[in-house]
Design a protein. Structure first.
Length: 91
């Protein structure tokens, strides 16, 4: 997860993300985007995306569309949908 978090951090360099969002990969851990930082310590966020580690990799590389992921059950969104939509624009 740390490797993925570092990749996300590199990808977001120079871009702003408003709000806080958690990628919850269950037993594999979490990645949190908050206040311009990328964290791997679990804490409350505005929005949570439940996704397995493999599908998170696909989402981040563009091999999985967020809307398709939601419709097929590979991605579950809870909390502030506006935050999730802002993330989709960055991807």
């Amino acid at each position: 997860m740390q490797e993925m978090a570092e990749g996300i951090e590199r990808g977001l360099k120079g871009k702003s993300f408003e709000g806080s969002l958690k990628f919850d990969c269950g037993a594999d851990g979490v990645i949190i985007l908050k206040d311009g930082a990328v964290l791997t310590q679990d804490e409350p966020t505005d929005c949570t995306l439940k996704i397995n580690k493999e599908n998170l990799g696909k989402l981040l590389t563009g091999k999985l569309n967020a809307m398709t992921g939601v419709m097929t059950g590979k991605l579950k969104v809870s909390g502030d949908m506006g935050v999730a939509m802002r993330l989709a624009k960055l991807l």
